[in-house]
Design a protein around this ligand. Structure first.
Ligand SMILES: [Zn+2]
Length: 330
């Protein structure tokens, strides 16, 4: 009898809180769901699915090192209001995940889009992500075929949380998936013109991409604690670049490093220090400022620096399939 009474009072309390009775979607404001996300590419992918039917707010400010990011205590407020928190997973955002788990309201969940995308047996451990440290390379989103899975998982999850808008989410997913098909084609056309598809990057963000698109990552300059390599390691990298005969090496705009310049100069190759892995180009609200804009920018940069023809990628028009109303902290 006590159990029944308790359950009844909880139900009554829940109804009283919402006031307007529109609780079908589980959210407070007339059923509108609130979504928290971590890095900007995930925010953009989720925004392409939910458009203006839910509120999306990112946590990791653009241009910061997401691998060592610790959320400020004030992020707890956003996390306590969120109906769902979409993170990458693969051990990328542990401090944010912990803060979320401490602050989530009843029924809210952390959903790891990357972790759900591939089985553990497909995790890649390499240069900056050695197996003995237990952190797999988390950059699945730089491979469009895997970014599609993020979108699909978000679509399925949102359709369950907010069934009234499930058709809208499904339609956006179909459009986004078509967009990825077109982009994938443009990538393959441009990459076919690159004489030697070999990458030496500063930040180790292209392992899964390389596997899918038949590139070879010959090394990453940044070591596993996200610092610069030792002088001995730098000298090894210089030898490697010379031996492979690649025309260019790539730095990252988020991690400026004089070491990249040194390796480029001493190996006699061009160094291009503007790749991005989770910092979207352009300003929020523009087409450039999107997951697709980020990936198109990177792949044009790589193709051209390595002597290929990026015209297929350049001709691929940037667009979001739904209005992007997300908040991107800068
Ligand atoms: Zn990264």
């Amino acid at each position: 009898m006590l159990g029944v009474g308790l359950a009844a009072s909880l139900v009554a309390g829940a109804c009283g809180d919402s006031g307007d009775g529109e609780t079908s979607a589980g959210g407070g404001d007339g059923g509108r769901l609130k979504i928290a996300t971590t890095v900007a590419p995930i925010t953009s992918i989720v925004a392409n699915i939910v458009g203006d039917r839910a509120d999306v707010e990112g946590i990791v400010p653009e241009g910061t090192n997401s691998h060592t990011f610790e959320p400020k205590p004030s992020v707890a407020e956003l996390l306590s209001e969120a109906d769902v928190v979409y993170i990458n997973g693969l051990v990328l955002e542990e401090p944010t995940k912990e803060l979320a788990e401490e602050n989530l309201k009843d029924g809210a969940e952390v959903v790891e889009l990357g972790t759900m995308t591939i089985p553990e047996s497909d995790y890649l451990y390499d240069f900056a992500f050695p197996k003995e440290e237990g952190k797999p390379n988390p950059h699945l989103w730089t491979d469009p075929t895997l970014a599609r899975n993020y979108a699909e998982i978000a679509k399925d999850d949102m359709s369950e949380r907010d069934p009234d808008n499930a058709d809208y989410y499904a339609a956006n997913y179909d459009k986004f998936s078509d967009l990825i098909d077109g982009f994938d084609k443009a990538m393959r056309t441009s990459f076919a013109t690159v004489p030697k598809r070999e990458l030496l990057t500063y930040h180790d963000a292209y392992a899964y991409f390389a596997k899918t698109y038949d590139w070879k990552v010959i090394g990453a300059i940044q070591v596993s604690d996200f610092e610069d390599p030792t002088p001995a390691e730098v000298s090894d990298l210089i030898d490697q670049v010379k031996a492979r005969g690649v025309p260019a090496i790539f730095g990252s705009e988020v991690f400026p490093s004089p070491v990249l310049e040194q390796i480029g100069k001493e190996a006699g190759v061009k160094y291009v220090d503007e790749l991005r892995d989770d910092d979207l180009p352009g300003k929020p609200g523009t087409e450039k400022h999107s997951w697709l804009g980020l990936m198109r920018f990177d792949y044009i940069t790589m193709t051209e620096a390595l002597g290929g023809d990026a015209s297929a990628l350049k001709a691929f028009e940037l667009r979001n399939v739904a209005p992007d109303k997300a908040i991107y902290p800068q």
